[in-house]
Design a protein around this ligand. Structure first.
Ligand code: MN
Ligand code: MN
Length: 466
């Protein structure tokens, strides 16, 4: 009796892996296989956008700049400086009255960037000096294999693409750390001070240039090798964007193959699943928009970040090419739009249970997590979704039997975080954060559940089809 009452009244908190219907597990694993293959080709924002463009081109999307006019069913995209991208499938409904259904993620991830003057020599070694990007625990980035990705642009405009350390035959790079035998002083330090930002120096070579007279022989030898390979000089690093990312590949984790371990899952897990869901869309009612933004990890600023007006420009171009634009229409369309800000959530980690409120934590394997609000210290900085909108989202998930959990990022006053949600919310759009729970977030090797990856994919597909 009381069991029945409990069944009726309590929120269900079930593990998605239990009671799966026939064939479901294979479907779940298939989505993750494609995701891992994509991740291995797309570790940086530029690489992600390059792969996304390929996928979009294969699936009948075209650059909006090449279209004169748009009509329902058209599939378009716009690429912003090779680092962010907006895609759209034009819907049947009137965009002026029904707005757009937007899903927005980010494709940048925490990493180490090379400084503009990176090359140095000390004690017989050549180094690249770095400046970290986004929130990292610096000690996690020493003594692991790192690969170098990015571009060097010469004054002629020639762009050299760099990708070293991913292929088996490539060399890798690393940042050294002190042996425990001599680390007494270091070990007494607070964890956050254990490794200095300036000490994140990448080891890149040790053979001196064969000439008695010259100074900085090892640096000279490295620059000579780079000159032979790429035709560059030390000065060309000034106009380069070179990023160090873990050289690990995305792998299946666990005896039961249930999880994914990979670098950059924040937020490429949401970026990939939304992109993949968009590729399968046909004949949507409402105009479906997929945002793959850059610079989220450093505050969404800059002309490739979500704070820039590039997205407004894209939507204005849609309105122009639909032939319906008029004063204030852009503002109106935003006000009638709905958005899932698709970004990852902190997964409940039993080893660090003390930071989570167990009633409001996101558990791996229980499906997509919705964050009504993010922010810190009394929700500061959060866009806090309206109850009416949360109910609308719940309804489409429940109707389509998609498992979801409503969560908070950690206990009150323990810390906090944010996403791009507030940026669209400030334009008048209804927004809720919606993503995949992650363990070891912002580390070189983040962990997700394949069940949640699948449920993100289903959620995004459903939201656009609604
Ligand atoms: Mn994120
Ligand atoms: Mn992040």
């Amino acid at each position: 009796m009381s069991e029945n009452l409990k069944e009726k009244l309590f929120t269900k908190r079930e593990c998605g892996w239990e009671n799966l219907e026939e064939g479901k597990k294979e479907e779940i694993l298939k989505v993750s296989d494609k995701y891992m293959a994509f991740l291995n080709k797309a570790k940086t924002e530029r690489e992600f956008i390059k792969e996304a463009k390929k996928l979009a081109d294969e699936n009948g999307f075209t650059d909006i700049m090449n279209k004169q006019e748009l009509r329902p069913g058209d599939k378009i995209y716009f690429i912003n400086r090779e680092k962010s991208m907006y895609l759209a499938v034009i819907g049947e409904n009137n965009i002026e009255e029904d707005g757009m259904h937007i899903i927005g993620s980010h494709v940048d991830s925490p990493r180490l960037d090379l400084k503009p003057n990176p090359v140095g020599e000390e004690g017989g070694f050549a180094y690249f000096k770095t400046h970290y990007y986004g929130g990292i625990k610096k000690y996690q980035w020493t003594t692991i294999p790192l690969s170098l990705h990015g571009v060097i642009v010469k004054t002629t405009g020639e762009k050299i693409e760099v990708n070293i350390g991913e292929k088996e035959e490539d060399p890798i790079f690393t940042i050294t750390d002190l042996l425990p035998h001599l680390a007494q002083d270091q070990m007494e330090k607070k964890l956050k001070n254990g490794i200095d930002g300036e000490d994140l120096k990448l080891l890149i070579g040790s053979i001196p240039y064969d000439d008695e007279k010259v100074q900085e022989k090892v640096k000279l030898n490295i620059l000579n090798l780079l000159n032979q390979k790429y035709g560059i000089t030390e000065t060309d690093f000034m106009s380069a964007e070179l990023e160090l990312v873990p050289a690990f590949r995305a792998r299946t984790l666990g005896f039961d193959n249930s999880m994914v371990a990979a670098y950059g899952q924040d937020d490429k897990v949401c970026a990939y699943t939304s992109l993949a869901a968009m590729m399968g869309l046909e004949n949507v009612k409402n105009t479906a928009i997929c945002i793959l933004s850059d610079k989220e990890e450093i505050g969404s600023m800059g002309n490739t970040g979500m704070e820039s007006h590039m997205f407004d420009f894209f939507v204005s171009e849609i309105l122009n090419k639909l032939g319906i634009n008029k004063p204030n229409l852009l503002d109106k369309v935003f006000c009638f739009s709905k958005m899932l800000s698709s970004d990852v959530d902190a997964g409940y980690d039993p080893i660090y249970a003390q930071v989570s409120d167990s009633l409001n934590a996101g558990y791996l394997g229980r499906g997509i997590t919705l964050n009504k609000y993010t922010g810190a210290r009394g929700k500061s900085g959060a866009s806090d979704a309206n109850a009416e909108y949360v109910a609308w989202v719940r309804n489409i998930l429940e109707k389509n039997e998609i498992k979801y959990q409503i969560t908070e990022l950690g206990k009150v006053d323990i810390g906090g975080g944010g996403t791009i949600a507030y940026i669209l919310a400030n334009k008048g759009t209804d927004v809720i954060d919606c993503g995949v729970p992650v363990l070891s977030m912002h580390s070189p090797y983040e962990v997700t559940s394949k069940y949640d990856i699948y449920s993100a994919y289903k959620t995004y597909e459903t939201f656009w089809k609604e």
